[in-house]
Write a protein that binds this ligand. Sequence first.
Ligand SMILES: C[S@@+](CC[C@H](N)C(=O)[O-])C[C@H]1O[C@@H](n2cnc3c(N)ncnc32)[C@H](O)[C@@H]1O
Length: 243
Amino acid sequence: MTVFFIGAGPGDPELITVKGQRLVRACPVILYAGSLVPPAVLEGHRAIQVVDTAPLTLDEIVALLEDAHARGRDVARVHSGDPSLYGAIGEQIRRLRKLGIPYEVVPGVTATAACAASLGSELTLPGISQTLILTRYATKTPMPEGEALSDLARHRATMAIHLGVRHIARIVEELRPHYGDACPVAVIYRASWPDEERVTGTLADIVEKVRATDIERTALILVGRVLGAEGFADSTLYGASKR
Ligand SMILES: C[S@@+](CC[C@H](N)C(=O)[O-])C[C@H]1O[C@@H](n2cnc3c(N)ncnc32)[C@H](O)[C@@H]1O
């Protein structure tokens, strides 16, 4: 018996991996994070127990995993995007290790990749930014020392900010001194879902543009000069010198 932590991808049911889909269809127990995992991702399952864990506590989730273990039933534990990012799998894994329950992690397409795809952009352009910072806005979960937005912004790297769209005005204030008013920003709501929305602008006008929508959650803020640039130089990957 194994608990499979499976990345469901960003929303589009075709963006789960082949392995993830195979396991979802094969496991007799499915626990899924219903707030961000669409039911379409579970299509074709033959499970005897399917539970949306959005309203459950960690103890209740672990009790379900223990019960499946006692019955010898594999579990598909489905999280949105890639489970290693802001998925709270760490605390479940700690409990499983203590209980001696085997687990495996199956990666998924993270929201940042879906947002870049939606914009048709590369997030790492030679001469502009070769670094991508994945971070979140601190609300209930505080940021460790040195990881405040203003600290990260000093690098002027491409940045993907999760869980922050409600606080976009404060975020922009922290970024402006480092990236400058003209820096491009994109706010993407539910990338890859049928109701996806994209708002693009600069640090000077993005707050007002987002306020004109009703986007309040499930949106990623992408910031960086790569979003507005043609690129200063071609990459060496396909350069003529390779011949
Ligand atoms: C709890 S985190 C989960 C991230 C997820 N594990 C991943 O790899 O994408 C949820 C946040 O991720 C971002 N997010 C998740 N899915 C998204 C999507 N389809 N489009 C835009 N942002 C998304 C939003 O910032 C949202 O508030």
